[in-house]
Design a protein around this ligand. Structure first.
Ligand code: BTN
Length: 232
């Protein structure tokens, strides 16, 4: 039975300014994204963290299934960003995850546009941002993060190029320490973003795609070429 994440995380000490000032923990949810949206609709505080031990209908981009087995990390954070800040939430999540994984495990994660966190070329974490709009403003945004800490390979069968941190290191991963570290990273980057500092430079430094031949699809058109740089 996985240990109680909240108790462990709080015991380690959280010194965040916005993120996770309120924590809602569920043993099981359909998706933390849906519970987060409900909380946002009810006007919850910014930074509210919705954490689930397992999800029955965890999802990724394009509504793909996100395998959600106990012992890993599945959570969503509610933000009320400006229109200008919203597009940076996904890259903010990627930078925060990469930094936290590096700090706690010593691994050197890379990011693959737009939302994959890779270790040794395999995906160990994913980021999903969903938002609600009202008129020309942002009503809320939900940053969802899933990290494969230690997941049965049989559960990952059929998920191309996915892996877990345990497989990558061969060592037990301190899940509570990783969560604590990650929440601090998100908090710091979000406070910076509110003051107009985007995470793009750090994101660029972690991007796996730069310098590589890539294919991109927009509507019915496909393009291939060299990924040279990114800009805002
Ligand atoms: C992706 O790589 O496509 C994004 C995966 C995002 C998964 C997380 S797990 C917590 C949150 N709840 C969900 O249903 N999805 C996100």
């Amino acid at each position: 039975m996985p240990r109680n994440l909240i108790a462990e995380t709080l015991r380690r000490g959280l010194y965040t300014r916005v993120v996770a000032k309120r924590i809602l923990f569920f043993q099981e949810l359909g998706s933390t994204m849906d519970e987060a949206r409900r909380q946002a609709d009810a006007g919850c505080d910014e930074g509210t963290l919705v954490l689930a031990e397992t999800q029955t209908t965890g999802r990724g981009r394009f509504n793909r299934t996100w395998v959600s087995q106990a012992g890993n990390l599945y959570f969503s954070i509610i933000f009320y960003p400006s229109v200008a800040a919203l597009p940076f939430l996904s890259s903010l999540g990627g930078v925060a995850i990469a930094r936290a994984i590096r700090r706690v495990t010593g691994l050197q994660p890379k990011l693959k546009w737009p939302n994959d966190v890779l270790v040794g070329g395999s995906k160990v974490a994913g980021i999903l941002v969903e938002s609600g709009v009202e008129g020309s403003g942002v009503k809320y945004a939900v940053l969802g993060i899933g990290i494969n800490i230690d997941i049965d390979q049989q559960h990952l069968a059929g998920v191309p190029a996915a892996n877990s941190l345990y497989e990558a290191t061969g060592k037990e991963i301190a899940r509570d320490e990783l969560l604590t570290c990650l929440l601090h990273e998100i908090d710091a980057l979000y406070l910076g973003l509110k003051q107009g500092q985007t995470p793009l430079a750090q994101w660029k430094g972690l991007l796996d795609t730069l310098g590589q031949q890539v294919n991109a699809t927009s509507g019915d058109h496909s393009y291939s070429g060299l990924a040279e740089d990114i800009d805002e």
